[in-house]
Design a protein around this ligand. Structure first.
Ligand SMILES: Cc1cc2nc3c(=O)[nH]c(=O)nc-3n(C[C@H](O)[C@H](O)[C@H](O)COP(=O)(O)OP(=O)(O)OC[C@H]3O[C@@H](n4cnc5c(N)ncnc54)[C@H](O)[C@@H]3O)c2cc1C
Length: 603
């Protein structure tokens, strides 16, 4: 059976020693009184809920999957999911970072981020039921009418109701401009919505008393393409003026997808048969309104893979210490045993360290982004808010795609540590691999994320946002230039920063001549940019660790092994993972022709 120990020590390191989260938060009037003890206490309680309530349902949920009753269109989640959700609601967990105005606890986003990482490690499929509600909350908060907010936000905050996002149709996924679902205006100001949606996560289930669907559809006079899409709120049950539930609405689950992973989450084909909905935001501006939910979900998907990377690593590490096979090449390491534990073998360590470096680098980046979101939402200075928003926009595709690519790679490496046992269900590793795979696909495939990064966020503003992140790197590099102990990190980081600047300039020029150069470069470019971001955070983590080690040595004390481990992982990252950027850049420079001048090869 798999194990999971919430990484509270590393979360505290990232929040308090690396990012100085409480200082950043106290500059925001909303969080002026926040302190490290409060954050740590909430996360400790949250870790118990994740590890003790949600984690034990992961393997069984995967085995059982969801059941659709075709007569009633009701879906049953796997055994125990409903009870765990009731505990989640009773514990007040849905409301952690929601607005007090709607019954929320008003805690920083970064606290919710860490809590959700633990939920994702424990059970990605279960976590998607409440997880999508946060995006629905954000979209309604930003674009809902006062009535919509008053009716729906308190229920989403308390977790009484959950939310979905209904974008995809059988013939349209990436290209939402093709969608056909229709919305007919009614005399009473509502709309009758008709069409079919597919792949809708948590579209139907028995965890909550109502489901709030956010649905993209077209008005009768809408222009074609993405400029003619509107957003509608369609509840599973109608809601009376006093907030009580009425009849079922004309939206129901017509079938469940049979899929590779996340079996415990209901992926639904949703039929809209004249369902009654209300408009969210402006007519034909639905995509922009939905982007609030999509951006939240993109960060959330990165967090799903962060959770999986951590739990896969923990299990592989425990196994590698226990499993004995063969002797170490450099001589017997465990003479009392018939063979050495496999952790003595260099390549097993490579696999373990890959997952550890990606988990801890990902945690630093994800927490950094969540703190930026706190600043974007609550900082009193407009300029700080705008700068935080710009950085979040730049980093969102990197969080979504880099963390999920790394998460899948890590899950596979950790599965490999188990040898044949990694392929067997009861060890849990093959489930982590299957579950991790979807994160690279949904919420905009990783290819789409890379086009967003290179085409819109980097070249779209002549590299201005990238330069802003580059300035953070430069400031850190300059400050550490004279520190000899940091040279092994600072030099490759500075070198990569310069190379990214040069590469971006080259791509900008090529793209002006031929737009396909962007599509040919973007996936590799996102990985290069991801390594620049991870390099920055790993160098900073190494610096904090080195300072702690030096302090202990100066006081003639043994350094804390946590910091020694951090430093060793930083060295591994710079020596073994970041150098991937050299071949990526070579690939990028090979250009689009080698891909597109291939009609004979692909005939
Ligand atoms: C388990 C699961 C849960 C999901 N949950 C939801 C949900 O809750 N709500 C929802 O609305 N949707 C959901 N989805 C849908 C998901 O977001 C889409 O599957 C995804 O966006 C891709 O769309 P598609 O499958 O139609 O692929 P397509 O759009 O057909 O793409 C096929 C391939 O072509 C590539 N491609 C397309 N356009 C380009 C381009 N311009 N340049 C380069 N490559 C391109 C894609 O990257 C992909 O590799 C879910 C899907 C799954 C499998």
């Amino acid at each position: 059976m798999p194990v999971y120990n919430p990484p509270l020590r590393d979360m505290q390191f990232v929040l308090h020693e690396l990012l100085g989260a409480t200082d950043t938060l106290r500059a925001l009037p909303r969080h002026a009184d926040i302190d490290a003890d409060t954050i740590n206490a909430v996360l400790e309680e949250g870790s118990k809920f994740a590890a003790e309530v949600v984690f034990p349902l992961n393997l069984s949920g995967d085995q059982q999957g969801c059941q659709l009753d075709r007569a009633t269109h009701e879906v049953k989640a796997p055994q125990g999911f409903r009870q765990a959700y009731a505990q989640y609601v009773a514990g007040g967990w849905p409301s952690l970072s929601c607005e007090p105005e709607y019954g929320g606890q008003g805690l920083p986003f970064v606290v919710n981020q860490c809590f959700y990482e633990m939920l994702n490690s424990s059970n990605q499929a279960w976590t998607m039921y409440p997880g999508l509600s946060h995006g629905a909350y954000e979209a309604l908060h930003a674009h809902g009418t006062p009535e919509q907010k008053a009716t729906y936000l308190p229920q989403l905050t308390s977790g009484e109701w959950t939310g979905t996002m209904c974008l995809t149709e059988p013939h349209c996924g990436t290209d939402l401009g093709l969608l056909r679902t229709k919305a007919e205006p009614q005399a009473d100001g509502t709309y009758r919505i008709t069409g079919q949606k597919i792949f809708i996560s948590a579209g139907e289930h028995d965890l909550a008393s109502n489901i709030v669907h956010l649905v993209l559809a077209r008005l009768p006079d809408a222009p074609p393409g993405s400029k003619g899409i509107s957003l509608f709120l369609v509840p599973k049950f109608h809601v009376h003026a006093d907030g009580s539930l009425g009849e079922r609405n004309g939206i129901y689950c017509g079938g469940l997808e049979h899929k590779m992973g996340i079996h415990g989450n209901a992926t639904c084909q949703m039929v809209l048969d004249g369902a009654v909905g209300t408009l969210v935001g402006q007519p034909n501006k639905g995509l922009a309104a939905m982007f609030v939910m999509m951006n939240a979900a993109r960060l959330g998907v990165g967090n799903q893979s962060l959770g999986l990377t951590e739990v896969a690593f923990q299990n592989a590490l425990a196994y590698a210490k226990d499993r004995v096979q063969m002797r170490s090449l450099s001589g017997v390491k465990a003479p009392g045993k018939p063979a050495d534990p496999i952790i003595v073998h260099p390549d097993v360590r490579r696999m373990l360290l890959t997952a550890k470096a990606y988990a801890e680098g990902g945690r630093a980046l994800a927490c950094y982004c969540a703190l930026l979101l706190d600043q974007e939402t609550h900082h009193p200075d407009e300029v700080v808010r705008a700068e935080a928003a710009e950085l979040v926009a730049l980093l969102t595709p990197i969080v979504k795609a880099f963390l999920t690519d790394n998460g899948f790679q890590s899950a596979v490496e950790c599965q490999q540590v188990f040898g044949g046992h990694g392929y067997i269900h009861e060890w849990g590793m093959e489930q982590f691999v299957r579950d991790a795979r979807i994160n690279m696909i949904y919420e905009g495939t990783n290819t789409v994320q890379s086009l967003d990064l290179l085409g819109r966020k980097v070249l779209g503003n002549q590299g201005a946002s990238l330069k802003k992140f580059g300035r953070l790197v430069e400031t850190f590099v300059r400050a550490e230039m004279g520190n000899e102990a940091m040279a092994e990190f600072i030099q490759p980081l500075a070198d990569l920063g310069q190379k990214v600047t040069q590469l971006t300039g080259e791509l900008g020029m090529k793209a002006m001549r031929n737009a396909d150069e962007v599509g040919a470069a973007s996936v590799d470019y996102l990985r290069v940019a991801g390594h620049l971001v991870f390099g920055y955070f790993w160098a900073r983590m190494a610096q904090v660790a080195q300072a702690q080690i030096a302090q202990a040595e100066a006081a003639a004390q043994r350094p804390d092994s946590f910091y020694l481990g951090k430093l060793q992982t930083a060295r591994f990252y710079f020596a073994r993972l970041m150098p991937e950027t050299s071949s990526l850049m070579r690939r990028i420079r090979s250009g689009s022709e080698v891909l597109l001048d291939t009609d004979a090869a692909l005939a």
